[in-house]
Unconditional design. Structure first.
Length: 1019
């Protein structure tokens, strides 16, 4: 039921009633869609007045603004057409968008692409026939009344067509005409239903850039050929270069059923390569060493200077990180060439082995790897077709059918076969020297480390707390030892892990240490190397703010935010791609790339002059994604200090950003995270292996010493073993990790009480409060039991239960929040009385109402944590009506590239929440709360929908429990129970408590898995 239909049925089918429920006015323009109200009406709505429909739409629009999708205007909101076309069905329903276009488009092509009279006419085709149309913003109009909501692909295609229609005859040349057809083909491939006539049989290609295929000839020379990236071989291209006027500003190549469009920059690249097609054998080494002597310097950037830990650059291989897998002994298999997929037939002899291989294959491909290790062999998985062919044959063999085991190996692809650049581009990464030795002398060095001098606090704008001064001195002692070590020694002392609890001031302590490092270097006349900070996108602005607050005189030359939309464009080499994809044809038999053949994308080194990124005393702030994409350039820089904020982002040894982090060259590396173990003990090894190679040895040694004893323990002893192992591991890393918790360090910090509605709650961790528990009844109990009855009935009838348990679990989770949550429109209340009625349909929300009444009576503030956006929207509506508030919702959703407007919007929402005197409520996602938000004006937290990872839940709770908190903090865990057996909330609480361990040990606060929940609930 659409929203307007629901409202019609709810309030009565009268014209006056419908007029009273009109929502925002919407008006498309050339760029998007405007939602607006008269200024006085909008002002009233923002303070809680207005009809229900407008309130719900305002909630949705504010959520979109928090995500950076909607932009506020003087009397409403503006959303770009691209964002409107990409909205989900729930948002479209609330904003009353028209239906999607049900028809298709038909093109009529007039003239030849080489003529200025070329034109494409497009009409809309409906069952009743073809009809002309108009487009405005994200909407398609058939006549004056019929309006449809375009898809992203339809919008892309129509915008390209409209732009071509505006061209004059002089500009409508072959290049422009073919570009239109290429864009229409792209739109069709993306989902636009359009008939492109005879261009259905042609593929129009617009190369992103011009690459090179280098083929070694029998005499040792190199044959160079431009690569267009569209699938053509050098032989095909060689026969067709005559089609192009090389002196022109552009051209077109026709190759079989492909038409390749070349603009002036691409044609210039082709000319440059064709002028140097053959490199004599005696010049090959010179060409590799100094390609600028043969080709345009923009094609290759030289100067290499990796850290001692980087063995080189090579094809990315997936590492199986499974705890008990004894076959994974050689991570990268650099000492041997990968085996072809044909060896799988001899390695896989059972369905279980086949399933395990397919799981590994899926994980490896998700990481972009080109090989994986299975059955003590490293297998090449780059050719998807060959791998799938072997897997299919093995499935047939295991099922009793004749397979392909006896057929000869597919030799259609060889190293000598020249293929196009796109096919041989692979994910590559820095290949690391494994720190397999354990150096016990490292701990001895830290035990005797001394503080060279205390910081001169007159240089800093803030005086540290005692625990912060201790943390700064800890870093300076390690740094002092590191600066006297041999920089070429892999096992030198080189870093540490600052694992302080959230809210103790890790950023401030780090900035003081950086200031002291630069002051030391200057006073000794030594190089003041650049500083790199790698952090999540949402924290970059926080670092900029902290720099301004920490120093009386900023010690940096300048600050660079190496991020798209900020400063990345200043340092990116024109035409360069991301560095995580390189030419595999340049790799040797072991999968390694010659350092001189690596293509770099950032301006680094003295040849870049004043435009170089690596200036002395420069502070570079970047994200983990940028580190991944520009890993080779960043690994070439000799950094002074490298800081990894929220370092749990590099816990996965398979991730490109983790490999890049380990490969960075620096005097000192500091990893900062409040959750050094987020999912498994493997996280901790990966972090320490980045900060200090040689402290914990290789992964194999670490796994055998620290993980296997836990996995091999009996179930009833596993938690005790985990605690013992964690305490031993903490002692082993010693001074290389500094871990303090707020309760111990902040003497003035008020108390924190976790209040639970589960009676079995451990008194040491949680206090049982019976008022936080409520037995489900009425509609909620009926809906809950109906899901269980249906599941049991299906299982009893031997029906295929694949996926049924997870589906049932999802429904039980939703019903535990509210029995009618799936029907959001039916929950839109008209007033405070009805809002209370809807909330009281849920036992859990009834508890929340009672809690809010208590908090309001104390004139205090509260954060409500939940993840389900439907619940966020209706709960805001209800509580706004009940308490006369304008509750903000913060999800932390960001686009791929965030603008500063988004970050300011999020900060503004928190500031507005804090500025209101007395009682107030804010709704947050626990995911958003894990990215550096501080809300100390609130001293109550209600986890209405609990995160299944206890570390995430703890992060969310600690947003109110940090420096600056003045009141006792209460964490409320409302619980819905069942009258006859343990319900969803009780099982989840029990499993989460089983994950919580001692804070002074290195432990495993694993997330609750779906398997554990389904098992606990008997599903």
């Amino acid at each position: 039921m659409r929203l307007v239909e629901f409202l019609r049925s709810f309030i009565g089918d009268t014209d006056s009633a419908i007029n009273n429920q009109l929502g925002f006015h919407s008006q498309p323009d050339s760029s998007g869609l405007n939602f607006f109200l008269p200024a006085s009406e909008l002002k009233s709505l923002q303070v809680g007045q207005g009809n229900t429909r407008q309130k719900v739409q305002l909630i949705c629009l504010n959520m979109l603004a928090e995500q950076g999708v909607a932009e506020t205007t003087a009397n409403g909101f503006h959303i770009e057409a691209e964002d409107i076309t990409g909205m989900d069905g729930e948002q479209a329903e609330i904003l009353d968008l028209p239906p999607r276009f049900p028809g298709q488009f038909v093109s009529t092509i007039h003239g030849r692409t080489g003529n200025s009279g070329f034109r494409v006419a497009i009409t809309a085709s409906m069952p009743e026939g073809e009809t002309p149309f108009t487009r405005k913003g994200p909407f398609l109009y058939l006549g004056s009344q019929e309006c449809y909501w375009l898809t992203p692909a339809e919008l892309m295609g129509l915008m390209a067509w409209e732009q071509h229609e505006t061209l004059t005859a002089e500009l409508r040349g072959e290049t422009a005409n073919l570009r239109l057809m290429a864009e229409l083909q792209t739109a069709a491939r993306s989902g636009m239903r359009i008939d492109l006539s005879h261009f259905e049989r042609l593929d129009v290609v617009v190369p992103d850039n011009i690459g090179i295929i280098a083929t070694r000839m029998p005499d040792g020379s190199l044959q160079l050929c431009p690569c267009l990236g569209e699938g053509s071989t050098p032989d095909q291209l060689q026969k067709r270069w005559a089609q192009i006027d090389m002196s022109a500003n552009g051209g077109v190549l026709r190759i079989d059923n492909r038409v390749v469009l070349l603009d002036e920059p691409r044609l210039a690249g082709i000319r440059n390569v064709l002028a140097n097609t053959r490199i004599p054998a005696d010049k090959v080494n010179e060409f590799i060493a100094t390609p600028t002597a043969f080709l345009d310097a923009a094609l290759v950037n030289l100067e290499v200077g990796f850290s001692i830990r980087v063995a080189g650059v090579g094809r990315l291989q997936y590492m199986d990180f499974g705890g008990l897998d004894t076959n994974q002994n050689n991570w990268f298999a650099l000492d041997s060439r990968p085996s072809p997929p044909e060896v799988l037939s001899g390695l896989i002899q059972s369905p279980e082995e086949l399933q395990r291989f397919e799981d590994l294959l899926q994980a490896a491909r998700a990481q972009g790897a080109s090989t994986l290790t299975f059955g003590e062999q490293t297998i090449d998985i780059t050719n998807v077709d060959v791998v799938e062919k072997q897997v299919t044959a093995i499935k047939q063999r295991l099922a009793g059918h004749s397979g392909l085991d006896d057929e000869p190996a597919d030799e259609s692809v060889t190293l000598e076969t020249p293929v196009d650049e796109e096919k041989v581009k692979e994910r590559v990464a820095v290949i690391l020297k494994e720190a397999d030795a354990i150096h016990t002398t490292l701990l001895n060095k830290t035990n005797f480390a001394t503080l060279p001098a205390s910081p001169d606090w007159s240089r800093y704008a803030r005086t540290p707390f005692s625990h912060q001064q201790e943390g700064i001195e800890w870093m300076l002692k390690l740094l002092n030892v590191a600066l006297h070590e041999d920089p070429e020694d892999l096992y030198r002392l080189q870093g540490g892990l600052l694992a302080d609890d959230m809210g103790l001031g890790k950023t401030y302590m780090t900035l003081v240490t950086i200031g002291e490092y630069l002051h030391r270097q200057r006073s000794l006349g030594q190089a003041e190397k650049p500083i790199l900070v790698v952090a999540p996108l949402s924290l970059l602005e926080n670092w900029e703010d902290e720099v301004a607050k920490t120093y009386n005189s900023v010690p940096f030359r300048d600050q660079v935010v190496l991020q798209a939309g900020r400063d990345l464009g200043r340092f990116r080499i024109r035409g360069a791609e991301r560095e995580s994809v390189q030419l595999a044809s340049l790799a040797d038999e072991s999968g390694m790339l010659d350092e001189q053949s690596i293509r770099y994308a950032l301006a680094i080194g003295p040849e870049a002059g004043i435009h170089r990124l690596d200036m002395d005393r420069r502070l570079v702030l970047t994200t983990y994604q940028t580190l991944r994409d520009y890993q080779f350039s960043l690994c070439r820089i000799d950094w002074g200090m490298v800081i990894f904020d929220e370092a749990q982002n590099i816990k996965n040894p398979n991730a490109l950003q983790t490999r890049a982090a380990k490969g960075l060259k620096a005097d000192f590396k500091l990893l900062a995270t409040g959750t050094p173990v987020e999912n498994s003990l493997g996280d901790f090894w990966c972090l320490l292996d980045t900060a200090q190679p040689g402290l914990l040895g290789s992964w194999q040694h670490y796994r055998d010493s620290w993980i296997k004893p836990i996995l091999n323990a009996e179930e009833q002893e596993r938690d005790l073993i985990r605690i013992q192992i964690g305490e031993q591991l903490r002692r082993t890393v010693g001074t290389f990790m500094l871990r303090r918790v707020k309760e111990e360090q902040l003497k003035g910090l008020p108390s924190k009480t976790i209040c639970s509605g589960v009676q079995q709650a451990d008194s040491q961790l949680q206090r049982y409060h019976p008022e936080l528990s409520r037995v489900m009844s009425g509609l909620q109990l009926q809906a809950y039991d109906a899901v269980l009855d249906e599941y049991r009935s299906r299982r009893a009838s031997d029906e295929n239960m694949q996926g049924a348990a997870l589906a049932a679990l999802s429904r039980l989770r939703s019903i535990s929040l509210h029995p009618r949550l799936d029907d959001e429109a039916a929950l839109y209340s008209q007033d405070a009385k009805q809002a209370r009625q809807y909330m009281q349909e849920s036992g859990k929300l009834t508890i929340v109402l009672q809690l809010l009444e208590q908090i309001r009576s104390q004139n205090e503030k509260v954060i409500l944590f939940m993840m389900t956006k439907r619940l966020q929207r209706v709960l805001k509506l209800w509580l706004d009506q009940i308490y006369g508030l304008d509750i903000a919702i913060i999800n932390g959703d960001t686009k791929a590239v965030a603008s500063k407007v988004e970050d300011l919007t999020r900060k503004k929402l928190i500031s507005q929440f804090e500025a209101q005197a007395g009682f107030n409520v804010i709704i947050m996602s626990p995911v958003a709360a894990g990215v550096g938000l501080t809300v100390v004006s609130a001293n109550h937290v209600i986890h209405l929908e609990r995160h299944w990872n206890p570390a995430k839940e703890a992060q969310a709770s600690d947003r109110v429990y940090r420096i600056g908190q003045q009141k006792p903090v209460f964490i409320h865990l409302p619980t819905l129970t069942h009258p006859r057996f343990d319900a969803f909330d009780v099982h989840l609480d029990r499993l989460l408590r089983g994950k919580l361990m001692l804070k002074d040990a290195v432990v495993t606060p694993e997330a609750v898995s779906e398997r554990e929940m389904t098992s606990a609930m008997g599903l």
